[in-house]
Design a protein around this ligand. Structure first.
Ligand SMILES: *[C@@H]1O[C@H](CO)[C@@H](O)[C@H](O)[C@H]1NC(C)=O
Ligand SMILES: *[C@@H]1O[C@H](CO)[C@@H](O)[C@H](O)[C@H]1NC(C)=O
Ligand SMILES: *[C@@H]1O[C@H](CO)[C@@H](O)[C@H](O)[C@H]1NC(C)=O
Length: 523
C-alpha cells in the first residue's frame, strides 16, 4: 500500500503550530468534487458582432495562439446584445462559403487589417458604452460570417462553441418566436458545425433592456420549444442546451429561476447563472482584495444551489458568465494584476461549492475585464488562466483545518489533483493566494513535506501595493510575455527543497505542485 497523503494545511491562526495529520482511514484526501474538464471556460461578448467586421479579429494568429493554450474549454458567445441579434443570411445554401473549409493554418488576418480593426474597435467601444448607459439597444443583423468565424475560431483552438440565441423575438402571445433560430440552426447544420446552444441573456432584466417581461415559467416553455426543435435535427438532437443565464440572486431573480426550472429543467443540460462581485463604476482596490467580498460568491452560490436542489435535484449548475465587476469591468483594476485574486478565488471556491463550469467574461473584446487586451496582448488574468489549465486537475480535494482558520481569510487555499497531462499521477496542486501584510505560514504535514515541490509564484512586475495596478506579471521572478505571435513562453516551476513550510510573498498568487505526494485520489 502506498502511503495516503493526507495534506493538512494549517495557517498560523489555527494555533496548533505544527502538523495535524488526520486519521488516514477517514481519508480526507478523497475527492470531494469533480468539475468538468473544461471547468475554466471563457466567453466572447456578443457586442463583438455589433459590427460583423470585428469578428475578423478572431482570425488573428496571435489570438488563436492564446486561445489554444486555454483548451479544453467552452467558448460562450452571448451577452446583452444576443437578444437584439437577428440572423440575416446573405448567401444561398449552395454557394457554400470558404472560411470553414480552409485548414486552420490558412486562416490568417493580414496585419494591416488587424491594425485597422484594433483602432476601430476602440471607437466602437465608446458607442457600445453609450448604448449600455442609456439601455437603448439597436437591433443587429448578422450573417453567415459571424457563425463561420466563431466556428472556425473555436474549432481551430480546440474549444467547444456555445451560441446564445435571441429570446426577445416574441409572438403576440409573448411566447418565443423560434423562426429566426430555426433558420440559423438550419444553416449551421448545413455546414455541420458541431456546437451547443443557449437562449436569452439575463432574462430577469428583459424589462429594463427592452420593455418586455418574460416570467420564468414561460421562459422554461421557450427552452422546451428549442429543445424540440433540436430533437428534430439530425445534427443537433443530442447537442447541449444551457440556460437560463439569470443574473445573480437579488430580489425576484431566483423566482425566475424557480419558474424556469419547473417548466424547463428537462430541456437543459446545465442550469446557468451569472456572477460579478462589484459594480465596475463604483469600486476600489480595497474591494478587489477584500476577503468579505470574495466570500459573497459562496452565499450567492448556496442560494442558487438550494433553489435548484429544491425544484430539480441533481441538475448540474454552471457559472455561465462571470467576472470581477459588472458594467464592463473596472478600468485599471479588472485588467491589472489586482484582478487575479477575484479570479483565482472564484475558480477555487466555485469548484469546492460544486459548480461544474465557470465561464470568464471575456476572452477578448468588451470592457476591461478581458483576458486579452485591445492590442491583443495577454493580461495578468490570461497568464493565471493558462497556469491554472496546466497545473490543476478536475478533482477537488479537501483541505483539513481550512474552516478553522476562518479568521485568516487573507491567505486562501484550495487543493486539487494535479493535471495528469502535465505531471504523473498522485501529484496534488495547492492553489494559494496571499492578500495579506500580516505574517502567516502554510505548514505541510510530514508525508507530504518530503515531496518535491514545484512552485509557480505569480507576482506583479512592480513592487508593493502600487504594483497591484500593473498589467504585467512575473512568474517566479520573470515577466511573462509571448515569445512571438505563435509561441508562448515555457512555464517553468522552481523546485523547492522538501520543507514543512511554504512561503508566499505578499500579494501573490501561487500554485505549488507536490509532485510526489502520492495522493490516492489522484493516481
Ligand atoms: C473541428 O472540426 C472537425 C471537422 O468537422 C471535427 O472533426 C473536429 O472534431 C472539430 N473539433 C472541434 C474541437 O470542434
Ligand atoms: C415570427 O417571426 C417571423 C419573422 O419575423 C414572422 O414572419 C412570423 O410571422 C412570426 N411568427 C409569429 C407566430 O409571430
Ligand atoms: C503573506 O505575505 C506576508 C507579507 O509579506 C507574509 O508576512 C506572510 O508570511 C505571507 N503568508 C504566507 C502564508 O506565506
Amino acid at each position: 500500500m502506498k502511503p495516503v497523503a493526507v495534506l493538512v494545511l494549517c495557517v498560523l491562526s489555527c494555533q496548533t503550530d505544527g502538523v495535524n495529520i488526520t486519521d488516514p482511514d477517514r481519508n480526507s484526501s478523497a475527492v470531494i468534487r469533480r468539475v468538468d474538464r473544461r471547468f475554466l471556460s471563457v466567453t466572447i461578448d456578443a457586442s463583438l458582432a455589433s459590427e460583423e467586421k470585428f469578428m475578423y479579429l478572431l482570425s488573428s494568429p496571435k489570438v488563436r495562439t492564446l486561445a489554444k493554450a486555454l483548451s479544453p474549454a467552452f467558448l460562450r458567445f452571448g451577452g446583452t446584445r444576443q437578444d437584439f441579434m437577428v440572423f440575416s443570411p446573405q448567401r444561398h445554401q449552395q454557394e457554400s462559403g470558404s472560411t470553414a473549409d480552409q485548414s486552420c493554418d490558412k486562416v490568417e488576418l493580414p496585419w494591416w487589417l488587424e491594425e485597422r480593426l484594433k483602432k476601430e474597435w476602440t471607437q466602437q467601444q465608446l458607442i457600445l458604452m453609450r448604448e449600455d448607459l442609456q439601455r437603448k439597444y439597436s437591433r443587429v443583423k448578422f450573417t453567415e460570417y459571424t457563425v463561420d468565424l466563431l466556428h472556425s475560431f473555436t474549432n481551430c483552438s480546440g474549444m467547444d462553441l456555445i451560441f446564445g440565441l435571441n429570446a426577445l423575438l416574441r409572438t403576440a402571445d409573448n411566447s418565443w418566436n423560434s423562426s429566426n433560430a430555426r433558420s440559423l440552426l438550419q444553416y449551421c447544420e448545413s455546414r455541420r458545425y458541431r456546437m451547443s446552444w443557449e437562449l436569452g441573456n439575463e432574462p430577469n432584466s428583459f424589462e429594463k433592456k427592452a420593455g418586455i417581461r418574460v416570467d420564468g415559467y414561460q421562459l422554461g416553455q421557450d427552452f422546451t420549444r428549442l429543445r424540440e426543435m433540436m430533437s428534430e435535427s439530425k445534427f443537433y438532437h443530442d447537442a447541449g442546451l444551457f440556460g437560463p443565464d439569470i443574473g445573480q440572486p437579488r430580489d425576484r431573480r431566483t423566482d425566475i429561476l424557480e419558474g424556469f426550472l419547473r417548466s424547463g429543467a428537462e430541456a437543459v443540460d446545465a442550469c446557468t447563472w451569472h456572477h460579478y462581485y462589484v459594480n465596475g463604476r463604483d469600486t476600489s482596490l480595497e474591494d478587489f482584495l477584500d476577503p468579505e467580498i470574495l466570500d459573497t460568491l459562496a452565499s450567492k452560490t448556496k442560494e442558487v444551489l438550494e433553489k435548484v436542489k429544491l425544484v430539480s435535484p441533481g441538475k448540474t449548475v454552471w457559472l455561465g458568465e462571470t467576472s470581477s465587476a459588472y458594467g464592463g469591468g473596472a478600468a485599471g483594476l479588472s485588467d491589472t494584476f489586482a484582478a487575479g485574486f477575484m479570479w483565482l478565488d472564484k475558480l477555487g471556491l466555485a469548484a469546492v461549492l460544486g459548480l461544474r463550469v465557470v465561464m470568464r467574461q471575456v476572452f477578448i473584446g468588451s470592457g476591461s475585464y478581458h483576458l486579452v487586451d485591445e492590442n491583443l496582448d495577454p493580461l495578468p488574468d490570461y497568464w493565471l488562466s493558462v497556469l491554472y489549465k496546466r497545473l490543476v486537475g478536475p478533482e477537488v480535494l479537501k483541505i483539513e483545518g481550512f474552516s478553522s482558520v476562518a479568521r485568516s481569510k487573507r491567505v486562501r487555499l484550495y487543493l486539487h489533483c494535479t493535471n495528469r497531462n502535465s505531471y504523473s499521477g498522485g501529484a496534488v496542486t495547492l492553489i494559494s493566494m496571499n492578500l495579506s501584510k500580516k505574517p502567516a505560514r502554510i505548514s505541510v504535514p510530514a508525508p507530504v513535506s518530503s515531496s518535491t515541490v514545484e512552485a509557480f509564484v505569480l507576482q506583479s512586475d512592480q513592487p508593493g501595493k502600487e504594483g497591484l495596478y500593473s498589467r504585467s506579471v512575473k512568474l517566479n521572478g520573470e515577466v511573462l510575455k509571448m515569445v512571438d505571435d505563435k509561441t508562448l513562453p515555457d512555464f517553468k516551476g522552481s523546485r523547492l527543497p522538501p520543507a514543512e513550510r511554504l512561503q508566499l510573498p505578499a500579494y501573490s498568487l501561487a500554485f505549488f505542485v507536490l509532485t510526489d505526494a502520492r495522493a490516492a485520489a489522484c493516481i
